[in-house]
Design a protein around this ligand. Structure first.
Ligand code: AN7
Length: 358
């Protein structure tokens, strides 16, 4: 057998196990998660007027989102601790990831989702992996409070990001950026929903600095959707609404930790309108060839907003985290796109397609 121990294909536990809370009894589960590309985005950088921009494309993870990094650790620890059933609330990606890793580890999986509010593809993933799916009236926040109640009274391991192993696994994305770029960027830009990921990135960079791998940490820049922006507004949002269903969250579990990361890093959190999220998504797809889901494009949208308002220096280097793949949410309209019907006329077709004759 090939030696996969140090390969980037070996997954998060093998690659960063020394910096994770593993023991000799932790099973080395892997679906080859992590080691996602940091893609240079020169056209987008020029459009935004920024000196350097990379896209950390987390949509390249096995279930199509960043959740796999934390889930592999949470599931491995659940197995180690003797769990047979895991449970989570989700806007979609956490449930897809939990279902896949539970299947991989031979655990049963129970998922609570806001009824009618998650993308069909994400629901399909959970169902294909054999999870039990419960639809809950209300928002993600209602589902998460039910999960907390069930976790307190029944033999189930909670794998939401209130589980600290999730944060441990997700911090490895910060390690990868440092390992790949040889340094931390000036700005780390990401969408903020339940606020687990901003907490995790900050933890990763702080650990890298403490270990002497980087001289300084980046400023953490968070984006929320205007209809679901509790941290920006400073109070919970009762009925969050946004086209970016992944971050339709009104009362983030890691609110305090997010504020700490923002404060300690001289960071900024602000909000963007849905139309700006969707145009950032199209810009990424058309200018750079990278297709991410709407929630993920919030990172580029907030970066654009802050630069246009001169709230960030243009000579900064930035990494935008694209948290999930575009195929995750097929409800989005390819605005301004029209396909052409072929009616049997080849010359007419060539003309309609603006082809130049030989
Ligand atoms: C694509 O799946 O909360 O701030 O239940 O799927 O760490 O919550 C998803 C969140 C950003 C926000 N981008 O991250 C869930 C869930 C995508 C996401 C976020 C999510 P956090």
């Amino acid at each position: 057998m090939e030696n996969r121990e140090n390969s980037t294909r070996a997954g998060v536990l093998a690659r960063y196990g020394a910096r994770l809370p593993l023991t000799k009894d932790t099973p080395m589960i892997s679906l080859s998660e992590g080691s996602t590309p940091c893609i240079p985005a020169p056209r987008l950088a020029a459009t935004l007027g920024l000196s350097s921009l990379y896209l950390k494309f987390e949509g390249m993870n096995p279930t199509g989102s960043f959740k796999d990094r934390g889930m592999v650790v949470a599931i491995a620890k659940a197995v180690e601790e003797g769990a047979t059933c895991v449970i989570c609330a989700s806007t979609g990606n956490t449930s897809a990831s939990a279902a896949a890793y539970a299947a991989r580890a031979g655990l049963s999986c129970l998922i609570l989702v806001p009824k009618g509010k998650i993308s069909k593809s994400k629901l399909l993933q959970a169902q294909m992996h054999g999870a039990t799916v419960v639809s809950v009236g209300g928002s993600f926040d209602t589902a998460l409070s039910l999960v907390r109640s069930l976790g307190a009274a029944y033999r189930v391991a909670i794998v939401n990001s209130i589980n600290p192993y999730r944060i441990e696994g997700q911090k490895t994305a910060a390690f990868e950026i440092v390992d790949e770029l040889g340094q931390a960027p000036d700005l780390l830009v990401l969408p903020v929903g339940n606020a687990g990921n901003i907490t995790a990135y900050w933890k990763g960079f702080v650990e890298d600095k403490a270990a002497g791998r980087i001289p300084s940490t980046p400023r953490m820049i968070g984006g929320q959707a205007a209809g679901a922006a509790p941290i920006v507004l400073g109070h919970p949002v009762e009925s969050p609404e946004t086209v970016a269903s992944a971050i339709r969250i009104g009362n983030p579990a890691s609110w305090k930790q997010a504020l700490a990361a923002l404060g300690e890093s001289d960071g900024i959190i602000d909000m963007v309108e849905d139309e700006d999220i969707l145009s950032a998504q199209r810009l990424l797809a058309r200018a750079e060839g990278v297709f991410c889901e709407p929630a993920s494009a919030t990172s580029v949208a907030i970066l654009g907003r802050l630069l246009s308002e001169n709230r960030l220096p243009r000579d900064s280097s930035a990494v935008c985290v694209l948290t999930g793949h575009g195929l995750k949410d097929p409800s989005v309209e390819p605005h301004g796109h029209s396909s052409i019907d072929f009616d049997g006329d080849l010359a007419g077709l060539a003309k309609a397609c603006k082809l130049v004759p030989l």
